[in-house]
Design a protein. Structure first.
Length: 273
């Protein structure tokens, strides 16, 4: 077997690090601290079920009752007149973390960048991160950062044989050891908000008082499936409800942060209790 040497400094003083979620493992040069992946990635088999057929059964914008759509359109007109710009400007923060979550940036970023992302409410508020912070502190920054890196890498650039929606489900459920404790639905969705800023609304939970499911029902009169619906896995529900809300809300917003501000405001107007 050929001797493994560092691609940067050519040192052979190499140690094995944490396992990657796709079956490879990290190795680290003890001389220059360069870290890279070794081994062969697992070939994933797509989960059973016809994803496209399931998607076609998901509620569509045209199914929303005309009366509720008209009422919400009136709220939208009021909102855009009173608030033509988003209150929170996040473009700079998003751009910084787009670099952090790039393939190269993720490999080389400071672990503190990842912990800060979990605890910083800029752009999207994931809630109290006590579980994540406890796990991070118990594992230590290097080990915890390796777990987070593996989660983000799998989410954004995982095997194409597994649809993105189902990779998200696997990470939320921690299937096959995937994911990081406390870095589940809200933080994984926040990563998507950064990495695909033109697609993902900064509404981080599928269900809950401020969840996408409840907003769709209050504003547009559509009943979305519960999280345990057959073959509509959590990841699929997160992706599809996000896309549905964007279509229903329509144009006229500066960005998706602005759109989310409208949806939260209008939802409170409809159900202030």
């Amino acid at each position: 077997m050929p001797l493994v040497t560092c691609p940067d400094c050519d040192s052979s003083d190499i140690d094995r690090g944490a396992d990657h979620v796709d079956g490879r493992w990290y190795v680290i040069c003890l001389d220059c601290q360069r870290e890279w992946l070794r081994g062969e990635a697992r070939v994933e088999v797509a989960p059973s079920g016809d994803l496209q057929a399931a998607r076609q059964r998901f509620p569509a914008p045209e199914q929303a009752p005309a009366e509720t759509r008209a009422r919400t359109a009136d709220l939208k007109a009021r909102f855009l007149q009173d608030r033509p710009e988003p209150r929170e400007k996040v473009a700079g923060y998003w751009a910084r973390y787009q670099q952090v979550f790039s393939a190269e940036g993720l490999r080389t970023c400071n672990p503190q960048d990842l912990k800060d992302f979990a605890n910083n409410p800029t752009g999207a508020r994931p809630g109290i991160m006590a579980v994540f912070n406890t796990a991070w502190n118990e594992m230590g920054a290097d080990a915890a950062a390796a777990q987070v890196r593996g989660s983000v890498e799998y989410l954004l650039r995982g095997p194409t044989s597994v649809p993105a929606e189902d990779r998200l489900t696997q990470l939320i459920l921690g299937e096959r050891g995937l994911g990081m404790t406390g870095w589940r639905e809200s933080l994984l969705t926040k990563v998507l908000c950064v990495a695909e800023a033109e697609r993902f609304l900064p509404i981080l939970m599928y269900t809950g008082r401020a969840g996408k499911r409840e907003i769709v029902q209050r504003l547009y009169g559509l009943q979305l499936p519960p999280p345990d619906a057959t073959d509509w896995t959590k990841g699929r529900l997160i992706y599809w409800s996000n896309d549905l809300l964007r279509e229903l809300a329509g144009d006229g917003f500066v960005d998706l942060v602005h759109m989310a501000e409208f949806l939260w405001w209008a939802s409170e107007e409809q159900d202030p209790a």
